[in-house]
Design a protein around this ligand. Structure first.
Ligand SMILES: *Cc1c(COP(=O)(O)O)cnc(C)c1O
Length: 489
């Protein structure tokens, strides 16, 4: 047994495995980004994938760590491939993946200061960078945490603590609390409301306009109605942007409304908070600095490995209210501002060194890298949208504000139901073929194909080829629909 432990921790073997791994990853990066014959995706059924991996373990079929990692690389979706245009996550800047390795290797616990001295300090530096870029004052505080969903819940717990008179933290009871949010918001806001025990009555969904932005002119009406129903509305959540369409709510209007009624203003910028780093597109976040709290994922549009999420509080005190009713009752005065014992403010107790991933990019390449990337991804999305507008076989759902584009194959001879079925089929056909990866969404009664541009090397030729491939699949399939009568003509 002792020998086995010795073997597992042998520095010589680690050095050898490490060099071999870096070679594998560098080859992967080169092939995925430069070899046009590489597939972005190799479809396997979930059961088949499970059986394969179980079989390999049972029969000891994977000999070395190199073989193991090689097999994982061969089966994984390639974010590094310029034909990756699917869910909202970006290929990490390679140096930040190495930062992740350092964090995993050190395994500093981070919950309390001495268990993560560099990680704790780095985290605060990263928080201050985000806060500054978003236009907050110097005293803004925050945390890094495990994802936008958890960060939104964390922010809303602080909102609850600050805005209700009842001591829910101690007594566990409240009246009917509620928040208002666009009907297009990410599902995690709904989930956070239910986790907090407010039930479905606790989420008031405000309709969106044609551009899928919250109709802020309806806030007053919905607020008054909620009050008549004896709900205590404590917060409004702005989406920056919403996930399906990439639409940005009018944050200035929401901020003014919250100010008028003394409500907590939270911005879910998990995806679009990154626009703050683009000189050209930061205007999308106008008004964000009025927010009491803002969430931003580094792993969505800032080329940082998951899971790296920043949660910023405008008022530093609020950062300490999440897990208490009133922070200053619990701690001595001097202790309240104890920024360095992170577990007091985060869900995580043992916490990984999240900050080093983003910090390494900022230190080595500067914020200019984020600016260049974010701007390029949005520019590319706009040029994709232009191409679709000019294409007779495709329809655009809305003009994109950021790097998310929703479109569909369109034929005026087909009913909406048939078009929905056809577009569902097209998405499946494309991913099974494996040359491209894209997703789909439903807006009102229409199924749309959805792309998020995230690979820094995606070019016009990539999206034009995608459209060609979709058209080929559509023509093959359209034979099935010839009996369909035109509906609208
Ligand atoms: C992706 C996303 C989330 C969830 O963030 P995770 O990091 O995946 O937990 C929340 N809100 C919006 C608007 C998002 O786009």
């Amino acid at each position: 047994m002792e020998n086995l432990l010795k073997k597992a921790f042998d520095p010589k073997q680690f050095r050898k495995d490490g060099y071999a791994l870096i070679d594998l990853l560098a080859d992967f990066l080169q092939n995925a980004s430069e070899d046009p014959s590489e597939k972005v995706f190799k479809w396997q059924s979930p059961d088949q994938a499970y059986l394969n991996w179980e079989n390999r373990l049972q029969n000891d079929m994977v000999g070395s760590s190199s073989q193991l990692f090689q097999q994982v690389l061969a089966e994984a979706i390639q974010l590094q491939n310029p034909n990756y245009m699917g869910h909202q996550i970006s290929p990490p800047v390679p140096i930040s993946a190495l930062a992740g390795l350092v964090g995993d290797f050190l395994n500093n616990g981070m919950g309390i200061y001495e268990m993560g001295i560099p990680g704790t300090a780095i985290e605060r530096v990263v928080i201050k960078v985000v806060a500054k870029v978003m236009g907050f004052a110097e005293d803004a505080e925050g945390i890094l945490t495990s994802g936008g969903s958890l960060a939104n819940l964390t922010a809303l717990l602080s909102a609850r603590s600050k805005k209700t008179q009842k001591n829910i933290w101690e007594e566990g009871k409240s009246g009917q609390l509620a928040l208002m949010v666009s009907e297009e918001a990410h599902y995690c806001v709904d989930r956070a409301v239910r986790i907090m025990g407010w039930g479905k009555e606790g989420i008031i969904k405000v309709p969106v306009n044609e551009q899928y932005q919250m109709r802020t002119e309806l806030l007053e009406e919905y607020y008054q109605k909620a009050k008549e129903e004896e709900k205590e509305v404590i917060a409004v959540v702005g989406s920056a942007c919403s996930t399906s369409t990439g639409a940005f709510d009018n944050l200035e209007a929401i901020g003014a409304f919250c100010n008028k009624h003394q409500l907590w203003f939270h911005v879910d910028g998990a995806h679009g908070g990154s626009m703050a780093f683009s000189g050209k597109y930061r205007h999308l976040l106008k008004g964000v600095q009025q927010a009491d709290s803002v969430v931003m994922d580094f792993h969505k549009v800032l080329m940082t490995p998951a899971i790296s999420t920043a949660l910023i509080f405008k008022n530093p005190e609020d950062s300490y209210q999440t897990f208490s009713q009133k922070a200053h009752y619990l701690w001595n005065k001097g202790e309240t501002q104890e920024w360095f014992n992170l577990a007091k403010r985060t869900f995580e107790c043992t916490k990984v060194m999240i900050g080093l991933k983003a910090y390494s990019i900022i230190q080595i390449y500067g914020l200019e890298l984020f600016d260049e990337y974010v701007t390029k991804m949005v520019d590319l999305s706009k040029s994709f949208a232009d191409t679709i507008l000019q294409h007779p076989s495709f329809e655009l759902a809305l003009l994109p504000e950021c790097n998310i584009v929703c479109f569909r194959f369109f034929d005026s001879n087909l009913s909406n139901d048939t078009l929905n079925e056809l577009n569902n089929h097209l998405r499946q056909a494309v991913i099974e073929e494996g040359n491209f990866y894209l997703v789909k969404t439903t807006l009102k009664d229409k199924v749309w194909l959805r792309t998020t541009f995230a690979n820094p090397f995606t070019k016009e030729v990539n999206f034009k080829t995608l459209l060609n491939q979709i058209e080929v699949h559509a023509n093959l399939k359209s034979k099935d629909y010839q009996t369909v009568k035109p509906l609208n003509f």
